[in-house]
Design a protein around this ligand. Structure first.
Ligand code: GDD
Length: 328
């Protein structure tokens, strides 16, 4: 019989890569998806409308699906937006994980087993801790989003310790792809650069160009999620490339690839700054390499190139009138 996975946030970047990864391994993949959000959902997945604020719906979906593995990827995941929507972010991103854990605790399959649980924890939890950050680095969250993720992290650990559930945290550093939402900085840059190249846009407004992030490829990172749930024991793992680059480096890489100078197009707009910033993240994922055998495959330059090439194709289609994209 096929294994059954339930993925919250299936319609997001990570959900879509994870669904493909699981489908290739003959899983039946189910998604908990807010009503109307099916853009990135693979048609081979079975969708269940619902969201992380609704405990009774989550329980009902568990009963319908009886999953072997649960991946909690759903969240209000934009850090700057979380300063505008702190309570909503705490509810979805923090208490939402707890609602899924409660459904897990209540749910048993025919042989009395609970599913295995993956929590999408975040490198934002480290705040400005000295880098490289690893599993032993203390958390110091610097946004409502990061506070909510710390809450969810510890609930996951607590459910593991208190109820002996198989519940693991993947502490993922930034991971990007052509499917990244257009309000995150990498995709915002690659879309704008491609549109500028084709004369569809002439300015790009950004915030802090000096922030440094450890950027990997989302397609590589979903494999780590899966490996965590195949391991003998539940545990917590940092997933990162170990390299750090500034937003400015990413601009140089992308615009350079298109033979453009970003200085001619970028303007700084205060609305994109955050009330407090995480200055620099760089992860040490040695534990995941050693225990799970996981390694990132796509380098920073390759990532920038593949996202730019994808967005150039999209911009070409737009220029030919095949789509009607608007700049963000
Ligand atoms: N979004 C955005 N837009 N960020 C900008 C901009 C802009 O116009 N200009 C500069 N930045 C800077 C931000 O201040 C931040 O330092 C950096 O670019 C990256 O911002 P995001 O791409 O929004 O990602 P993030 O690092 O805040 O959070 C992402 O990664 C986390 C993992 O560390 C999100 O995916 C989180 O959900 C995830 O947990």
């Amino acid at each position: 019989m096929n294994r059954v996975a339930l993925v919250t946030g299936l319609s997001g970047q990570d959900g879509s890569y994870l669904a493909e990864f699981l489908l290739e391994r003959d899983y039946d993949v189910h998604g908990l998806v807010p009503y109307g959000r099916r853009e990135l959902c693979d048609p081979r997945c079975q969708l269940h409308y619902g969201d992380l604020t609704d405990a009774s719906r989550i329980a009902a979906v568990f009963n319908d699906v009886s999953p072997d593995e649960v991946y909690n990827l759903g969240a209000q995941s934009h850090v700057r937006v979380s300063f505008d929507l702190p309570v909503h972010t705490a509810d979805v991103t923090g208490v939402g994980a707890l609602r899924v854990l409660e459904a897990m605790r209540q749910h048993r399959d025919a042989s009395g087993r609970s599913p295995r649980f993956y929590q999408a924890s975040s490198s934002e939890m480290f705040g400005n801790a000295v880098s490289p950050q690893d599993e032993s680095t203390p958390f110091h969250p610097l946004s409502p989003y990061a506070c909510a993720k710390v809450f969810a992290y510890w609930q996951t650990v607590n459910y593991r310790d208190a109820y002996e559930l198989f519940a693991s945290n993947g502490i993922l550093f930034n991971h990007e792809s052509p499917r990244r939402g257009e309000h995150f900085v990498t995709r915002k840059i690659t879309r704008a650069a491609a549109r500028i190249k084709l004369g569809l846009q002439d300015r790009l407004a950004l915030g802090n160009l000096e922030a440094r992030r450890d950027w990997g490829f989302a397609g590589d990172y979903v494999e780590a999620m899966w490996l965590m749930l195949q391991h003998d024991e539940a545990d917590d793992f940092v997933i990162a490339t170990g390299q750090t680059h500034s937003v400015r480096d990413f601009l140089e890489e992308v615009f350079g690839h298109l033979d453009l100078d970003y200085n001619d197009f970028v303007e700084i707009d205060p609305q994109f700054f955050r009330p407090i910033e995480v200055d620099a993240l760089r992860g040490n994922s040695e534990k995941a390499r050693r225990i799970l055998g996981w390694e990132p495959r796509v380098s920073f330059s390759e990532l920038a190139r593949l996202m730019t090439e994808h967005d150039l194709e999209e911009a070409r289609a737009e220029a030919q009138g095949l789509t009607s994209e608007t700049p963000n």
